[in-house]
Structure formats: C-alpha cells, structure tokens
Ligand binder design. Structure first.
Ligand code: ZN
Length: 430
C-alpha cells in the first residue's frame, strides 16, 4: 500500500524550518519527500490533499505508565486484579495512540507482565496501541518508595513495586524480569515528592544493588531507567550506565558534570507535569495536604526546573514525559508536557517538538528510523489541523489530529482519501 500526503506543511522533527511539501509512504516506510507537486505521480498511491495541514512525526512518550489507572493512592494498583488491570492497560495504550503518541518508552509497569503482554498484543495486531518498550515493575528496597507492605500486611506480587535487598535479590529480580521479556529494567533508588517520609533528596539503594542490575542489563542487552531525584542516586546510576534518568531533581555539580560527560548516551526526563499538577491542580484530591507539603512540592518542582535549564544549556537531551496516570494528572493529556517545556524550561515550541520526536526516536533506540519525517524512516505520522508551532496546545486536542499513521497504517483518518488517477495506457510489465 502507498499513500501520498499532498500539499502538507512538513515539520520533519529535526528542528529544520517547516516546508510545503509532499510525502510518499510505501509499505511502512517514508519513500520520498519533495516540494509540493514535485513528486512523480505514483499510480498506486492513495492520495490525501492535506490542504496545508501540518504533517509531523508521531509523538513519542518517554515516561509512560500505561498500567497506572488515574489513581490517587498507589494501593489502588494492588487492589485491582490482574485481569481488569490488563484491560485497563490495553485501553490506555489505545488512548495514547488516539492522542497521537505512536511510541512509548515505559517507565515501569504496575504488575510484572502488564507491559510485556500489552507490547506483544500491539505488535501482533490484536489491539491498537503505540510501539512500546516494555518495562519491569519498579525495583525498590525494603522501606523504599513504593514498598506498601506493613508488618502485618503484605500485598505480595500484587504490589506495584518489588522490594529487593542486596545485590543477590536485585540480580534475581532483574533476571526474572528479563525472563518475562522486558525491554527496560526500572530502578527506584531515591525518595520522591509523593512520600514525605522518604524525601526526594535521600538515596535508598546502594551501589552494589545498582551494579547488580546493571550487570544483568548488560549481559542480556536490556535498557535501564531510574527514578533518581537525589544527587547521589543520579551519580550512582551514571556510574553503572543507567540509560534514562528521570527527574534529576537535586543533581549537584558533580552529577551535572557526569550527565554532561555522558550526554551522547544518556537521556533525562524530568516528569514536570506530575509535580506541577500536584502543586497547582490537585486541590480537590487534598493535595497539597498542608503548608509544609506545599512548600516541599514547590521546592522539588523549582529544583527540577533549575536543573533542567542547566542540563539543556550543557547540551544534555532533556525529554518530555510527565508521569501521566494519576487522578490529577490523567492519561491522555501527555502532549501538555510540551507546553511545560516552553513555559517552565524556556524551550521554543520547535525545540519541544524535536524533544518529543527526534529525541524520542533516540530514546526508543531507533535513531536511524524513528521520530523524523525523513526518507527511509518508519511511517509514524500525524496530520494536524493547524500549526503546532504557533499553538502547541492543539496537539492535546484529539479533534485536531486529522490523521494518525503508525507503521504505514492509518489508526485514524478523518480526511478524504482519493485514489490517484491511473495512466490512460497501462504500463507494460518488464
Ligand atoms: Zn513515573
């Protein structure tokens, strides 16, 4: 199958200026790109008159939790039986694709096999959803963030994290996750904004625990991602080759230097939205719960913003991905992160789009074929009614997404598609 997008305003994802052009898709790849009207008429192609609408790469979510359930407290994740939980995860996968996200890098599943099964079902064509790198549950420590056990009560495997202690247990947990097919091993080495008793600036995993997971990741060719808000957690992760650092809230000068030194391989994603909304939009859910909690959340947010501005100045790839999947920060609003990047971090709209497309292809591990409108790249494309550079917010409006294509196949096409006229005389074969 071939599709010709005719008369589009192309934003190619590299940061280059938009241009009026035609894009030909053949099979699942972008076959040709040319100025409007300049591509040779392709006799078999279905043709779309884009009428000046924006054609851009599909959005890429670098911090997805498809199995989070727009909950207020994490206990809700253990309360949900695995069958219902899988259905919810598949529903979110479709929602992300509906919103123009054609790829997701998972930042942890809420039960061990939810991501893996969802990824495989999407890949097999059984359910609609983005390209997905599947993650493990979050590996934490006894008493660390996400350890919901109490002395008298253990939710066991239903818990959304897996507490491990010492390199032996971390190694076994990592190997089990690899056995079940994850692409990403997720670590939880630091405290968090959501857990006052375990503040963001504290570190809870120790060096040989991170080293044990890193050894398994290297041997088995998996990626690593870490919730690392404290300075020491960032440094510990970087010493052991963790690929994706989430938050980096209290990165000190030494941590910033290490990030800069590894900027060609490491990715940072602050997850601004979950903290911003916790501070400003979660009032009806009792957040912040006190003046002290308000001050603590604001401190975490300000510190994160300051670090991200500095990292960007140092040429480190800072990606969106706002930890969506909480009641006050629900699934589906993911493109809002691009606005936070402009408003809080000083990105231009174009730079925010590059972070969500080209750099997205890089974090997905497919820099040569994903995240750009470029000849030979995978045909993951959005046709947008309007100019996202003038108004980034339109990317959050599903009605403005005229067409969503993943892997050369339309997930949505609310536009007229016509068949190109065939030549009058049949072209002789051979
Ligand atoms: Zn997260």
């Amino acid at each position: 199958m071939a599709v010709l997008f005719h008369n589009a305003m192309v934003i190619d994802g590299t940061g280059a200026a938009p241009f009026a052009g035609d894009v030909l898709v053949e099979g699942n790849r972008i076959a040709e790109i040319g100025a409007t009207g300049k591509l040779a008429l392709h006799t078999q192609a279905a043709q779309i008159d884009c009428a000046g609408a924006t054609l851009m790469p599909g959005l890429i979510e670098p911090h997805a939790h498809l199995s989070f359930i727009d909950h207020t407290a994490p206990q809700a994740l253990s309360d949900m039986p695995v069958e219902e939980h899988l259905v919810a995860t598949l529903r979110h996968a479709k929602l992300y694709l509906d919103q123009g996200f054609t790829s997701c890098f998972s930042a942890a599943a809420a039960k061990p096999r939810l991501d893996v099964v969802t990824r495989d079902a999407i890949r097999a064509g059984d359910f609609p959803g983005p390209r997905l790198l599947a993650a493990s549950v979050q590996l934490t420590v006894t008493g660390g963030v996400g350890d919901l056990r109490q002395q008298h009560l253990d939710p066991g495997e239903a818990m959304y994290t897996l507490p491990c202690d010492g390199p032996f247990e971390f190694r076994r947990a990592a190997r089990q996750a690899c056995r079940e097919g994850v692409d990403v091993l997720k670590l939880l080495p630091s405290g968090d904004t959501s857990t006052p008793a375990l503040p963001s600036a504290r570190t809870f995993m120790v060096d040989d625990e991170v080293a044990a997971v890193a050894e398994v990741a290297r041997q088995q060719g998996r990626r690593m991602a870490a919730h690392a808000r404290s300075a020491e957690s960032v440094k510990m992760c970087l010493r052991h080759g963790v690929d994706v650092i989430y938050h980096a809230t209290y990165a000190d000068t030494e941590a910033l230097d290490l990030l800069e030194a590894q900027r060609d391989t490491v990715f940072v994603a602050p997850a601004l939205s979950v903290t911003w909304t916790r501070l400003h939009e979660a009032g009806s859910y009792g957040l912040p719960s006190s003046d002290a909690s308000k001050a603590r959340i604001a401190r975490d947010l300000d510190a994160t913003v300051e670090r991200m501005r500095e990292l960007r100045r140092r040429g480190v790839r800072v990606l969106p991905g706002g930890d969506y999947g909480f009641r006050w920060n629900p699934h589906g609003r993911n493109a809002r992160d691009l606005e936070f990047f402009v408003e809080l971090l000083g990105f231009t709209p174009m730079q925010a789009l590059v972070a969500a497309t080209k750099w997205g292809g890089e974090i997905m591990g497919m820099p040569q074929e994903l995240g750009q409108v470029r000849k030979g790249f995978l045909a993951d494309l959005l046709l947008v009614d309007g100019d996202p550079l003038a108004q980034l917010g339109i990317l959050q409006d599903r009605n403005r997404l005229l067409a969503i294509m993943k892997d050369g196949v339309f997930h949505k096409a609310s536009i007229n598609i016509t068949q190109c006229p065939r030549p009058a005389t049949p072209v002789p074969r051979n």
